[in-house]
Structure formats: structure tokens, C-alpha cells
Write a protein that binds this ligand. Structure first.
Ligand code: NDP
Length: 253
């Protein structure tokens, strides 16, 4: 499958979980490009696994200077960018999501900053380096459609991502840049280890499996395959919408 031959791609948070799965799928489809993240160790491991056509650039997506640096360096190395995946997000380090009485203004802001504001400015900062006709994929979540305990702010941020893709599609129509949301269901990644203690991990994963009609958690490669489609010309007529890859969780359970 060489649907993305020589396409220049950037995956934020490409050093872990879903982001790494997307970068691997891009590589297998013939793409080159950049992965980002803050953790140098996991960035090194991930970029070594991806091989010579990928580079790793350290950066915090909540920091505008870091974002500019990622896109400038990518363009210097590969030329203009054909596909961006805004994937970095999820759990804020050391800050529990919490139910309504546990949330502070600071924790609220930190979740909105990571899961919504950073997505907006990641797209804004990539624009000078993006080819006309490029594909931008915002990683949403099935949480936008199905409530789970203690996840209201995260869910609201991810629901707003769907609207962001619609509005940005309109803004970027003159340049024929497509913006879509790709929303994963429960995917087996390190994020679960950040949410629950080790001894509860298998039990919590089983709860998600039980509400997923296909009877398993998704794999990062499931999301990677959908991202290849959205990054390729095969999806040229898909604009400003959401694709759910959730094993049926939000539609038929
Ligand atoms: P992981 O925790 O495995 O990965 C999160 C990634 O985001 C890491 O690469 C991390 O890198 C990066 N990241 C986090 N904060 C920042 C920051 N401030 N600046 C730069 N990079 C950052 O989680 P997943 O792979 O599971 O999640 C990836 C995306 O998928 C998220 O947007 C999440 O909300 C979404 N999602 C996940 C689901 C799941 O079931 N796993 C379900 C639905 C959506 P580093 O720590 O090095 O900065």
C-alpha cells in the first residue's frame, strides 16, 4: 500500500500510542515526515523504529514557539507539509480529570489547553508550511458522544474538536485544505496507565471491551489505517466531518 508515497507528514504525539500507530501506518503507506512529543527517550525509541525517513522534534503543543519550530524544521528538512495529524492530547500529566467537585479552574484550563486550544493553534502555526490541498486530521474521541464518569471536560473539549474541523474547513477552503476529525473509541495505549493504578488496569480495560460491540479494544494501527485514508486522495471528497473508529461503541451498543 503506497497511498502516501513521498507525502510529507507531521504527527504530534507520535512517540506513543495512537500517534505512533499513525506514524507507522504513514510510513507503511510510503510517507516521510516528523513525529513530535516532549519526552526525548520515547521520541528516540519511536523514531528509530520508524527509520531514516522520519525525524523527531521535541516540543510542547501548548507552546506556540515550540509549534513554530516543529513546522519550520520539518519544512527545512522535507519541503512543504502534505498531512498534519493533531494527535497530542489526552491526560494532562499529574492532573486528574475528576468529577465536578474535584475540578479546579486550573485543572479545567489545563485540560482545555491541551485538548482544544492546542489543536487550534497547531493548525494555525502549520499553515505557512502546508501545501494547498493538504489534509489536516484532528484526533477527537468517542467520549464526545458517550459520557463516562469524571470525563466531562475532556469530552467537551473533544466535542468542540468536531466543530473546529467544520469551521476550519470553511476557513481553509480557498486553499483546498481539508480538515476532518478522526475519533477513536477505546484504544489500547499507555494512556490507561496514566488514568488508573496498575492493579486495576485489566479490569478497567475489560469494562471498555464489554461496551464495545466488536469485543475488543482498538489497536493504534486501527486508527493508523483510518488516518492513511484521510491523509490520502482517496478521501478527497470528505471535508469537515467526523469518522469514528470505535468498534461500534457509540452507535450500536
Ligand atoms: P498516550 O498517552 O499514549 O499519548 C499521548 C501523546 O500526546 C504522547 O505522545 C505525548 O507525548 C503527547 N503529549 C501529551 N501532552 C503533550 C504536550 N503538552 N505537548 C506535546 N505532546 C504532548 O495517549 P493515546 O495515544 O491514547 O492518545 C492520543 C490521542 O488520542 C489523544 O488526543 C487522546 O485524547 C486520543 N484518544 C485516545 C483514546 C484511547 O482510548 N487511547 C480514545 C479516544 C481518543 P509526550 O508525553 O512525550 O509529550
Amino acid at each position: 500500500m503506497i497511498k502516501l508515497k513521498n507525502k510529507v507528514t507531521v504527527v504530534t504525539g507520535g512517540n506513543s500510542g495512537i500517534g505512533f500507530g499513525i506514524a507507522e501506518a504513514f510510513k507503511n503507506a510510503g510517507a516521510v515526515g516528523t513525529i513530535t512529543g516532549r519526552n526525548e527517550k520515547t521520541l528516540d525509541v519511536a523514531v528509530n523504529a520508524l527509520g531514516k525517513d522520519f525525524i523527531a522534534i521535541k516540543g510542547d503543543v501548548t507552546n506556540s514557539d515550540d509549534l513554530e519550530n516543529v513546522f519550520k524544521k520539518t519544512a527545512e528538512k522535507f519541503g512543504k507539509i502534505d498531512a498534519l495529524v493533531v494527535n497530542a492530547g489526552g491526560v494532562v500529566d499529574g492532573v486528574p480529570m475528576g468529577t465536578i467537585n474535584e475540578v479546579t479552574e486550573e485543572s479545567y484550563d489545563s485540560y482545555m489547553d491541551l485538548n482544544l486550544k492546542s489543536a487550534y493553534f497547531t493548525v494555525q502555526k502549520v499553515l505557512p508550511y502546508l501545501n494547498d490541498g493538504a489534509s489536516v486530521i484532528l484526533i477527537g474521541s468517542s467520549a464526545a458522544h458517550r459520557a463516562a464518569p469524571g470525563m466531562a471536560i475532556y469530552a467537551a473539549a473533544k466535542a468542540a474538536i468536531i466543530s473546529l474541523a467544520k469551521g476550519l474547513s470553511l476557513d481553509l477552503l480557498p486553499r483546498k485544505i481539508r480538515v476532518n476529525t478522526l475519533s477513536p473509541g477505546s484504544i489500547d495505549t499507555p494512556v490507561f496507565g496514566k488514568l488508573v493504578p496498575q492493579e486495576q488496569l485489566e479490569q478497567v480495560k475489560q469494562i471498555w471491551i464489554d461496551i464495545t460491540p466488536v469485543g475488543r479494544q482498538g489497536l493504534p494501527s486501527d486508527i493508523g489505517n483510518a488516518a492513511v485514508f484521510l491523509a490520502s486522495d482517496d478521501s478527497a471528497f470528505i471535508v469537515g466531518t467526523e469518522i469514528l473508529s470505535d468498534g461500534g461503541m457509540t452507535n450500536i451498543s
